[in-house]
Design a protein around this ligand. Structure first.
Ligand code: NOJ
Length: 691
């Protein structure tokens, strides 16, 4: 018979023992705290090496592929080694994690690009990264940096436009912002994914100089900014799939650029085991078709060496250690509401600073003076807004979050202005609403999606060109266009169209941003990150390639570089954007290390200007006539001046020497062009580079 007291004694022994174990756990928490790679005082590389020593081949292979789970991409953790799970989410306009409405729908990167504001790109990266972290993401699939090589490109809105220098500056700032949250950015899609048509099977034929000088630049900047990962593209590059292409991965990214992070495949873009592993890929997404059992077998039979497997895994572990993923508990959850008033403000800043005033006849805008009655026209202002694009970059916003153009304008107009809205869907009605007002504001747009390129560069006829023309025939008209990239504007010269604004894909705060610009609360400062042509035939290349090979035969002459070299006048040039004030440029001084000048706000309103520096290389270098190599966005009060200094380094002055396979600064005279757009050059000078 067990006496109660015996029982108590035994039980209390057990209790004592568990209390003791509990104390050990509290003060010396998980067992892996004893593990040498958990020592945060040694470098990430040392920690990764120590961890690799403790891992079996099976555990290493488990880190090289994805599995099903709550995120866009999932790599389960290995708790006994203290390895946290990887949770990968899209990007890039906002966190693509439902439920709808509890993330911020920022403006798209193409709109951010139009702000030319590197500080805003940093702020966006911080806010966007914080939302991803709040959702439990530790690797976000952004930024996207394929260039707008063709205006039809279905994903142009996810990137930063046609210029490699502008894209590089913006994307690098975004990476810094994202990673300031202790999560990892993934710069995508490496490389040559400039069209969606047949992206999974075609080959981008890019010569080595063009690859280095144009398409590599944004990736190089992201690596220099510390990006922990890259995503290999769907397409082939020079007839070998990106994710098994030794030249672009082993040679360029790891060899030339010294990248220390890892390359994952785009979803389903891995096509082999041995070539992919040996040529630089570390992580197959989203499944394990090539980097699961087949990779383990390849390691066991020697086709992939143990050293190579270690390298693949080390490249994943180093950014994980650097981001602190081993040193804190997993945070966030997919159901968390991660929006905030400050993120909403950032979304609005992006939409406002990225709204480009293309035309403003006789300083018609801002609204005021005798204008009292406004006719607001177009479904895009209300029931069919253009907010975010389609595909993996789509942001799950709700209509409740969205401030449409109609809401924003009515709200700002208050009782000061009378706003009459018409959707423009009933023939003749919009015209009579316009005729009864002092001014018409027509809001139109078009959208696009991943996996398709746009079939036409025209706005839809009924909700676009026809509507604009009929309204403009009745009343002076302001046209607001939202689109993922260029559209044709055959009505741009109509004298009754007194103002034109372009705002990319403006996100949830579009209505407030538009109202503030129209009524002059914010002075527009956006500048085009794209060249808008007069007619479709002026674009070279004219559109997506439908054959098996996408020949990048325009070589260095992407975007405005081509328009300049062909001497084709654009409708609105790259870098163009008007302000409600004016700016004067003077006192240019240039050398091979810096370009300085004086910028003055010569008007009567405070405002920001984006001063742009273009270089013309020595003729022998065979470069495009002018290339953007520096810019500064400066806010100046009316009447004020500021000395501007744009530094130059070998990075801006070099060309890729295909023979020596090296960067080289050409000798000779560099021409300097400083101005307000690529075609509004205010100051010219030159400097000499000698041996
Ligand atoms: C395919 C897209 O190309 C890529 O950008 C995205 O991150 C993945 N799908 C995951 O959704």
């Amino acid at each position: 018979m067990i006496l109660i007291s015996d029982y108590n004694r035994k039980y209390s022994k057990i209790l004592n023992l568990s209390f003791f174990l509990f104390l050990i756990m509290i003060f010396n928490p998980p067992i892996f705290a004893e593990q040498p790679w958990m020592d945060a005082s040694i470098t990430a590389s040392e920690r990764a090496d120590l961890l690799l020593e403790a891992m079996t081949a099976e555990q290493k292979v488990a880190m090289c592929h994805g599995a099903w789970g709550a995120y866009t991409g999932n790599v389960p953790g290995i708790p006994e080694l203290g390895i946290p799970a990887l949770c990968l989410s899209d990007g890039p306009q906002g966190a693509r994690i439902g439920p709808d409405g509890n993330v911020t729908c920022f403006a798209a990167p193409i709109t951010l690009a139009a702000s030319w504001n590197v500080d805003l790109a940093l702020a966006f990266g911080r806010a966007y990264g914080a939302e991803q972290k709040g959702k439990g993401t530790n690797i976000t699939l952004a930024p996207m940096m394929n260039l707008s090589r063709i205006p039809q490109g279905g994903r142009n809105w996810e990137g930063y436009g046609e210029d490699p220098f502008l894209s590089a500056c913006m994307a690098a700032a975004e990476v810094k912002g994202i990673q300031s949250n202790g999560i990892i950015a993934c710069a995508k899609h490496f490389i040559g994914n400039e069209q969606e048509t047949n992206r999974g099977s075609n080959s981008s034929a890019i010569d080595d100089r063009t690859l280095h000088e144009v398409y590599l630049q944004p990736f190089k900047a992201c690596i220099e900014a510390g990006a922990g990962s890259l995503m290999g593209a769907y397409n082939k590059v020079n007839w070998t799939y990106s994710c098994e292409n030794s030249y672009i991965m082993n040679t360029v990214i790891y060899g030339e650029l010294g990248f220390k992070g890892f390359i994952m495949s785009d979803w389903g873009a891995t096509h082999s085991t041995v070539p992919s592993a040996n040529n630089g890929l570390s992580l197959e997404m989203p499944g394990s078709g090539y980097f699961g059992g087949s990779l383990l077998r390849a390691v066991k039979n020697g086709d992939v060496s143990p050293q190579r497997l270690n390298l693949m895994v080390k490249r994943i572990l180093v950014p994980m250690f650097e981001a602190g993923l081993f040193d804190r508990k997993p945070e966030g959850s997919t159901s968390a509401n991660v929006t905030s008033p400050s993120h909403t403000q950032t979304a609005q800043d992006m939409a406002a600073q990225g709204l480009v005033l293309l035309k403003n006849t006789g300083n018609f805008l801002p609204l005021g003076g005798s204008i009292k009655k406004i006719a607001l026209i177009g479904e895009a202002a209300d029931s069919r807004p253009i907010v975010t694009g389609g595909g993996s970059g789509n942001v799950p916003y709700t209509y409740m979050q969205l401030v449409t153009a109609k809401e924003g304008i009515k709200d700002r107009a208050g009782s000061q202005f009378d706003v009459a809205y018409d959707a423009g869907t009933v023939p003749g009605r919009a015209t009579s609403v316009a005729a009864g007002a002092d001014i018409a504001v027509v809001v139109v747009g078009v959208n696009s999606s991943e996996a398709f390129d746009r079939l036409s560069l025209s706005l839809p006829a009924d909700h676009g060109n026809r509507l604009i023309k009929s309204v403009a025939a009745a009343r002076k008209t302001i046209v607001v266009v939202y689109s993922p990239a260029q559209v044709l504007m055959p009505w741009a010269d109509d004298p009754n169209i007194v103002a034109i604004l372009w705002g990319g894909l403006p996100g949830q705060e579009q209505g407030n941003a538009l109202a503030k610009i129209l009524f002059g609360d914010i002075n527009p400062s956006g500048k085009l990150p794209l060249t808008f042509a007069e007619k479709a035939a002026d674009y070279v290349p004219a559109g997506p390639e439908h054959g098996r090979t996408v020949w990048y035969s325009e070589r260095l002459l992407i975007g405005y570089r081509g328009f300049d070299s062909r001497n084709t006048a654009p409708l609105f040039p790259f870098g163009h954007g008007l302000s409600y004030t004016t700016f004067g440029y003077s006192d240019l001084q240039c050398s091979s290390t810096s370009v300085t000048f004086m910028l003055t706000n010569t008007g009567i309103r405070d405002g920001a200007e984006v001063a742009q520096l273009y270089l013309g290389f020595p003729e022998s270098a065979g470069e495009p006539p002018r290339q953007l190599k520096g810019f500064k966005r400066i806010f100046l009060n009316a009447g004020k001046s500021q000395a501007i200094d744009i530094p130059l380094t070998d990075n801006e002055l070099s060309i890729w020497d295909i023979q020596k396979k090296k960067w080289a600064v050409p000798e000779g005279t560099f021409k300097v062009y400083v101005g307000s757009s690529s075609r509004d050059i205010r100051l010219t000078g030159s400097f000499q580079v000698d041996k």
